[in-house]
Design a protein around this ligand. Structure first.
Ligand code: NAD
Ligand code: DAU
Length: 358
């Protein structure tokens, strides 16, 4: 699975943890499940995933014959199932990633975001509290902080100002999780991470969408002026940070994680075209995302100081590796892009591509 952060190797593994990963068939979840099996081979990892449009069991194909991993198809909102699963697998800790994760989809249809991200999280927290689990890691996002101007970076103390239904639902879940430490003494750690990239990302997000479109010589839809900035972290560094939060984080604390790689969207898109040897004439400036956050940047000094976190991947190398992965795994994303994804794609971009920039 590529580079392994040297930091994580230094942590003495606990031999007997049973860890539930929710959303383990999605992009970050599937990378995390594989990462945990590599880094903590003595642990048992249980994946709970509803297999929505974004969840793909194929992402965990490498673990098909792995007796240290179990897959359960189901909804985090199903309390009976969650109770059963926590008991049957004697789960010690939850790493909670299951979510509706795409901002554009939350603008087209916000309800699923409240149901899964808020109410689903509530169900998991209640179940964790009832079983007095050792730790609950809530995987939140930098989007809880809203948007930045041209300078500065979010710290854990920055005000929470989510802009989209997605980020508002994640903020609700994040705060709900923290309230379970303050009120009920459940051991919760919250991680807030910036934009991830890497293998197995669903091709509706910026980087895999642009790679796949470029490979098919289709237009590359850049929102607004393309000058919005995100702070990019390789998914494997995010996985390392979640393991650090689980093993070293303090109960009731929040930790920011980022890749120290702020980039304008348009520069990433041009970089992808260059890596693929495709012309910039494929770029289309299209109507902007409503309420589009201008800039994210993360101050992760707390995680560096307290957890020993440092992102191991350099963005330009990581992007080149990611482009290579999508070239080599064309069959994977072609299957993903068929069926349900196609109708979503058409709804999302039909108007934008015909209207041009706002
Ligand atoms: P993803 O959309 O690729 O995967 C989400 C997974 O959750 C899918 O496998 C899906 O089937 C599953 N799921 C959805 N609803 C469910 C439900 N009700 N019950 C059980 N499973 C359900 O998302 P991702 O990009 O891998 O993000 C994972 C988590 O990390 C999310 O919580 C997201 O908010 C957070 N996060 C993502 C990023 C990023 O850049 N992608 C950055 C910071 C935080
Ligand atoms: O910051 C963390 C968040 O990053 C996570 O919490 C979310 O789950 C994840 O989806 C991601 O959200 P973004 O909205 O930042 O990611 P997305 O890939 O959708 O968009 C990245 C930037 O690219 C954003 O400024 C919008 C722009 N964009 C996106 C798409 C899909 C385009 O210009 N064109 C596009 O077609």
């Amino acid at each position: 699975m590529g580079l392994i952060s040297p930091l994580v190797r230094e942590i003495p593994p606990r031999l007997t943890m049973n860890v539930l990963v929710t959303g383990g068939c999605g992009f970050i979840g599937s990378n995390l499940v594989r990462y945990l099996r590599q880094q903590r081979p003595g642990w048992k990892v249980i994946t709970l995933d509803k297999l929505t449009y974004a969840g793909n069991l194929e992402n965990l194909q490498a673990l098909e014959r792995d007796s240290g991993h179990a897959f359960v198809k189901g909804d985090i909102g199903n309390r009976e199932l969650v109770d059963l699963l926590l008991a049957a697998h004697e789960v010690d800790a939850v790493l909670h990633l299951a979510a509706e994760s795409h901002v554009d989809r939350s603008i087209l249809g916000p309800e699923a975001f409240t149901v899964t991200n808020v109410l689903g999280t509530q169900v998991l927290l209640e179940a964790a509290r009832a079983r007095k689990l050792k730790r609950f890691v809530m995987v939140s996002t930098d989007e809880v902080y809203g948007s930045l101007g041209p300078t500065g970076a979010f710290s854990e103390d920055s005000p929470l100002k989510p802009s989209s239904p997605y980020s508002a639902s994640k903020t609700a879940a994040d705060l709900l999780a923290l309230s379970y430490t303050h009120t009920f003494g459940l051991d919760v750690v919250v991680t807030r991470c910036s934009n991830n990239y890497g293998p197995f990302q669903f091709p509706e997000k910026l980087i895999p969408l642009m790679i796949a479109n470029a490979l098919e010589d289709k237009p590359l839809p850049v929102y607004g002026d393309g000058a919005n900035v995100r702070d990019w972290i390789h998914v494997e560094d995010h996985c390392a940070s979640i393991l650090l939060a689980l093993e070293k984080g303090q109960a009731g604390h929040v930790y920011n994680f980022g890749g120290a790689a702020e980039r304008k969207n348009i520069d990433i898109v041009k970089g992808i075209l260059q890596l693929l040897g495709k012309p910039e004439s494929l770029i289309r400036y299209v109507k902007d995302r409503p309420g589009h956050d201008r800039r994210y940047a993360m101050d992760f000094t707390k995680a560096q100081r307290e957890l020993g976190f440092t992102p191991a991947h350099k963005f330009e190398q990581g992007l080149a590796d990611t482009v290579r992965w999508y070239v080599a795994n064309r069959a994977w994303w072609e299957r993903v892009r068929s069926g349900a994804y196609r109708s979503y794609y058409e709804e999302q971009y039909r108007a934008r591509l015909t209207q041009g920039a706002a």
